[in-house]
Ligand binder design. Structure first.
Ligand SMILES: [Zn+2]
Length: 474
């Protein structure tokens, strides 16, 4: 990475020293990022619990190196550690900003489908490959690069800063409510900044105003007390596998649109402003196909009368993500007696999670083929989150990102979920949340060959440094 400002960057006149310092330190920032990427902090796998802790400790050490004070691991029984730190000397009149990221990562999927080992950070074509290189270890480093540049250049920050780096985001933050009850007071802030989102494109930053909610269900389909010989009994006796597939097939119509009665009844239709905002993004289906690497001839699903952005950000989904059946290699000629299926749902703005999931459960039980026994266990669920763009914090973010990227941020939705946002914003009297991009659509977070665009990473770090200044000025 070069130690000069990206050509499009126009630092505010009062911040050239901070920008130059940040760029001067960017090599070391990258070294700190690579250090974190080398730690396989996979929160979902119990055998990696020590790695998640090691990653928290390494993050804490770098928080101290960046100049944060009171750095410590925040613990909660049964939860991976969070990391916190602060710098609170900007005075009582300056706003207090809470900076959020997470240090845990997703499992690697199929390791041998990675072009380089997932925990060996590797640069190719201007991108840094590695699990967590973008989601969300780059988000941690954007915070630290901005803080360090300010403290090095000026010896102070323009705002009071608190940092919270979560350790269980990729698990769906199961202990967040308990965490908020225990530590919420000391994290209280006027504005929350999250660097765990996606930019619109490389070089075109994004601010996200909606997140879909998330819900899970486990469906158990049973036909017999035990598996039986498929030759002796097949043809007359139902098997749970075929039954489960028939049941899953009732969830969507032939277009791939959800067909569960009532499930989507309370989805909030797009407002005129949202429609206009989505239209301003110039949706290009071919480009989306490339970004997600869809195979030739494979079409999009969902209601064709809705734009792809509406389908991705403002409509719900029901997706089977796991099934307990024998693998092909272990298959025998039997009628399966029991099949378990995990369903993962994304909930749209407006949807009441309890209402939607009850509708799903009622539908699955009512549709059981051949009198099979169907049970549905509902799991964790969080509603969608929506903010209206505007206000001083929003304007500060637009100014900062425009200065860093040389282009105004796109106003985006996000189909994903960040459980942290809604409860913390609510607990801080509706504090505005700025959801700032760090990935780009080709980053493939959660997939194989996850990567970070290195030049945009510099712009993201600069954008955050400018944001602290802009927030102080407003
Ligand atoms: Zn993330």
């Amino acid at each position: 990475m070069s130690a000069t400002l990206p050509p499009e960057t126009r630092p505010p006149a009062t911040l050239t020293d901070v920008a130059e310092t940040l760029v001067h330190q960017i090599g070391e920032t990258r070294t700190w990022l690579e250090e974190l990427v080398r730690i396989p902090s996979i929160s979902a796998l119990p055998e990696h619990a020590d790695d998640v802790r090691a990653c928290a400790e390494r993050t804490a050490a770098r928080c101290r190196d960046a100049g944060l004070e009171d750095v410590e691991l925040l613990e909660l029984e049964g939860a991976h550690p969070y990391v916190t730190g602060s710098w609170l000397h900007a005075g009582p009149d300056a706003p207090t900003v809470l900076l959020y990221a997470h240090h845990d990562v997703q499992p690697v999927g199929t390791a041998d489908r990675w072009s380089s080992p997932p925990f060996t950070p590797t640069e190719r074509k201007g991108r840094l490959f590695g699990r967590g290189s973008a989601d969300d270890k780059a988000g941690i480093l954007a915070h630290l690069a901005a803080i360090r540049a300010w403290l090095t250049a000026r010896g102070s920050l323009p705002v009071n800063v608190k940092v919270i780096i979560e350790g269980e985001e990729e698990l769906g933050s199961p202990n967040l409510t308990a965490f908020l009850a225990r530590y919420g007071d000391r994290l209280r802030a006027d504005v929350i900044v999250l660097t765990d989102l996606v930019n619109h494109k490389v070089g075109w930053p994004g601010l996200t105003t909606t997140l879909r909610g998330m819900a899970e269900a486990t469906v158990t389909v049973r036909s017999l007390e035990q598996p039986v010989h498929s030759g002796m009994w097949g043809g007359a006796v139902p098997d749970a596998f075929t039954g489960a597939i028939r049941l899953l097939a009732t969830l969507h119509d032939e277009r791939g649109e959800i067909a569960v009665p009532g499930f989507a009844d309370d989805v909030r239709p797009l407002s005129e402003e949202e429609r206009a905002r989505f239209a301003a993004l110039h949706e290009d289906p071919d480009e989306l196909r490339d970004e997600v690497r869809m195979l030739d001839g494979v079409g999009f699903v969902g209601d064709p009368d809705r734009s792809l952005f509406e389908r991705l950000w403002a409509r719900p989904t029901i997706t089977p993500v796991g099934m307990d059946v024998p693998s092909v290699a272990n298959a025998s000629n039997t009628l399966l007696s029991r099949v378990d299926v995990k369903l993962s749902c994304r909930l749209a703005p407006g949807q009441d999670p309890d209402r939607a999931m009850t509708a799903l459960r009622d539908h699955l039980i009512a549709q059981a083929p051949w009198g099979l026994h169907v049970e549905v266990a509902l799991g964790e669920r969080n509603p969608a989150w929506v903010m209206e763009p505007g206000g001083p914090a929003w304007d500060a973010a637009v100014a900062a990102m425009t200065a860093a990227y040389g282009r105004e941020p796109a106003v985006l939705g996000c189909g994903g979920s960040i459980p942290f946002v809604e409860p913390f914003s609510a607990a801080f009297d509706g504090a505005p949340c700025l959801l700032v991009g760090i990935e780009d659509p080709a980053s493939n977070a959660h997939g194989e060959d996850e990567s970070l665009h290195l030049e945009d990473f510099v712009r993201a770090c600069l954008g955050e440094a400018f944001l602290l200044g802009e927030l102080a000025a407003r």
